[in-house]
Design a protein around this ligand. Structure first.
Ligand code: ZN
Length: 343
């Protein structure tokens, strides 16, 4: 049986924009909306955005930071807050709609109305820390969703996989001291934001619940499939998540301008199929993707469609994980290898 798939998209996500040039702009996702309508007609449930409430946002962000966003959004220089992250009058409202839309996906999946959901949102979120936005990210969408699942649904085993090519420093910081959210990030090392060493493993009750896998540049499909496959297999079996959230960034694509990682369009379908399988084995198919980065419009759109093709396809067999010597060297010395039985 096909998974019941929900897609979150809303024209109001185009409102966060700037007149000058920015890699993070509405055109990243604008064409995807019409493509999705044509390609998948009748095969998904459309969810519109809704605003996250202040209380929901303050589940992870400080009131001081929210005041800062409001104030900076009306200053003449939209980059007065951060050199990458522009803030315009509509920015905070758009970010609230992005975060709130992700909560709508959570509600639909938790109610059992949908199995899988995909949030085609912007601005992205995984760099946003409790008290600071950065790297194009205003509110931490995946973090607000994970905290909502803890608070409202009392979930205590939430697995977040972040395959954006950059380290999800914000999400890591939000849940660094808890085991109720297990954060896994596979990312290219020595690029923005220069965090995410394998020695960063969590603290106190969260020790062991942050798994960072920094990769050398030029890793591609084989290495990433091996890494995600090995880690997720161990983690899913040991942790038995109640839901899997995915920070789905597409900037590790070979054609993306801001990384040297060499993933193909097809890989984003492969990883999606793997994650569907893990969700089927552990958490009754509950799987929610949230868009993060991806800055070459063509490769971003093709790769998101590869993910959606996989999400909407009938359940497939397990993806074969071929041995990769280069990738296995990274796991051999990983400090959490034994903890999570990563073989
Ligand atoms: Zn990124």
């Amino acid at each position: 049986m096909n998974n019941r798939c929900g897609l979150l998209f809303d024209e109001r996500y185009f409102h966060h924009r700037i007149d000058g040039v920015s890699l993070e702009n509405p055109d990243r996702i604008r064409n995807l909306y019409s493509e999705i309508r044509n390609r998948y007609e009748g095969r998904y449930v459309r969810l519109p955005a809704r605003e996250a409430t202040t209380a929901q946002i303050e589940g992870v962000h400080s009131p001081f930071y929210l005041d800062q966003i409001r104030n900076h959004a009306i200053k003449p220089d939209p980059y007065s807050y951060d050199p990458d992250t522009y803030l315009m009058e509509e920015s905070f409202a758009t970010a609230r709609l992005a975060a709130g839309g992700c909560l709508a996906l959570c509600d639909a999946v938790m109610a059992g109305d949908l199995d899988v959901g995909y949030g085609l949102v912007r601005p992205p979120g995984h760099h946003a820390e409790p008290g600071r936005g950065m790297g194009f990210c205003v509110l931490n969408n995946v973090g607000i969703a994970a905290q909502y699942l803890r608070d409202f649904y009392q979930l205590s085993r939430i697995l977040v996989l972040d395959f954006d090519v950059h380290h999800g420093n914000g999400t890591q910081e939000l849940f660094y001291e808890t085991g109720e959210v297990l954060f896994v990030s596979v990312h290219e090392r020595d690029i923005f934001p220069n965090t995410g060493a394998s020695s960063e493993v969590g603290r106190d009750a969260g020790e062991g619940y942050t798994i960072n896998v920094p990769t050398p540049s030029h890793f591609g499909d084989d290495e990433y499939t091996f890494l995600v496959g090995k880690i997720m297999q161990g983690v899913v079996e040991q942790y038995m998540p109640q839901v899997i959230l995915v920070s789905a960034g597409y900037d590790g694509h070979a054609d993306d301008p801001i990384s040297a990682t060499m993933l193909s369009t097809r890989w984003f379908g492969t990883v999606t199929t793997m994650l569907k399988q893990y969700a089927a084995e552990s958490c009754n198919n509950r799987l929610i993707f949230i868009l993060e980065g991806g800055y070459n419009q063509e490769s971003l759109q093709a790769s998101v469609l590869a993910s959606l093709d996989s999400l909407m396809a009938p359940a497939a067999g397990r993806v074969g994980v071929m041995h990769s010597e280069r990738a296995s060297r990274i796991l051999r010395d990983h400090p959490l290898k034994k903890r999570w039985n990563i073989l």
